[in-house]
Design a protein around this ligand. Structure first.
Ligand SMILES: Cc1cc2nc3c(=O)[nH]c(=O)nc-3n(C[C@H](O)[C@H](O)[C@H](O)COP(=O)(O)OP(=O)(O)OC[C@H]3O[C@@H](n4cnc5c(N)ncnc54)[C@H](O)[C@@H]3O)c2cc1C
Length: 265
């Protein structure tokens, strides 16, 4: 295995991502960012394979120029190089347009024997990008991967499925979407952080990719967010205190349940 790629996404460092109700687009302004936590397992696995097999590992991210920070972090963890694919033409990309750009980038940077991705991004959370990139490249698609062992022309792997694990073999080249249990991501060492800080990050734009404008950004995105609704949480509960008058409280509770038609339960 000579070349391995790992897909990483920079995400808001919060669980409470808001969607603009008018445009249906994620509101990312002013939010602190981090590498998608599940992608740390993909980076760790790529670096372990590098250490075992001597492969060269490239971390690839599509995002704003600031995603350079994510590429530097991947290098600090042990990847050899970082590539940021960034262009205003990519704005508004849905998962298909994102996967199209990533697949074309990987085609340009490759050939890769193995590509690793996280299970899902904590902001978009579709889990579509890994399998979509594999399909666009014509690679074997390995999902829910909890163990990986590349061999000559093949990869042995385990899939975490309900109630156990499946053991399978697939032909290379392959793209593996890994789950948390595959490994424990390492902490960056000081030497790693310095390497990440000093590394030259490669930037690619739409002009570097052989893709027609119609496949990029909003025009290349068949998904249309028509409306976004948040569920309204309306609490109609009533507090009944039994501390001072137990019988009275029980009677009140009984009447409350009766009014709801729940007295027989
Ligand atoms: C109609 C529509 C409009 C949108 N408009 C915008 C917009 O204007 N701006 C915006 O920022 N987002 C926008 N998005 C969100 C954007 O499509 C997703 O962030 C992106 O496609 C990735 O999908 P996901 O977050 O569900 O990733 P998942 O499929 O859950 O990610 C799985 C794995 O794929 C890899 N991966 C995912 N994304 C990337 C990436 N960018 N680079 C490298 N690896 C990656 C990672 O390994 C990740 O763990 C829009 C989405 C829709 C549906």
């Amino acid at each position: 295995m000579e070349k391995i790629a790992v897909l990483i996404k920079q995400v808001p460092a919060t669980e409470s991502v808001k969607i603009d109700p008018k445009t249906g687009v994620m509101m990312r302004e002013g939010l602190a960012v981090e590498v998608n936590p599940l992608d740390l397992h993909a980076i760790e696995e790529a670096v372990r394979l590098k250490e075992d097999l001597g492969a060269h590992v490239t971390a690839v991210t599509m995002g704003p120029p600031a995603a350079e920070k994510a590429a530097r972090f991947a290098i600090a963890m042990g990847c050899d190089e970082g590539v940021v694919v960034s262009d205003r033409a990519f704005a508004g990309s849905d998962t298909l347009a994102t996967s199209t750009v990533l697949a074309e980038t990987l085609r340009k940077l490759g050939p890769f024997g193995l590509i690793l991705a996280g299970e899902r991004a904590t902001d978009g959370e579709t889990g579509q990008v890994g399998p979509a990139v594999a399909a666009l490249l014509g690679f074997s698609v390995l999902t829910y991967v909890s163990k990986l062992e590349p061999r000559e022309g093949q990869v042995a792997f385990e899939r975490a499925v309900e109630g156990g694990h499946e053991r399978l073999l697939a032909p290379l080249p392959a793209l593996a979407v890994v789950v948390k249990e595959i490994n424990v991501p390492r902490l960056c060492t000081l030497a790693g952080k310095l390497r990440g800080k000093r590394a030259e990050i490669r930037f690619l734009s739409a002009a570097d990719l052989d893709l027609p404008a119609g496949r990029l950004g909003l025009t290349g995105s068949p998904t249309k967010v028509v409306r976004v609704d948040y569920p309204q949480v309306v609490r109609k509960g009533r507090k009944v205190s039994a501390a001072e008058n137990f019988d009275g409280a029980m009677a009140e509770l009984g009447q409350f349940l009766k009014n709801l038609g729940l007295e027989g339960i």
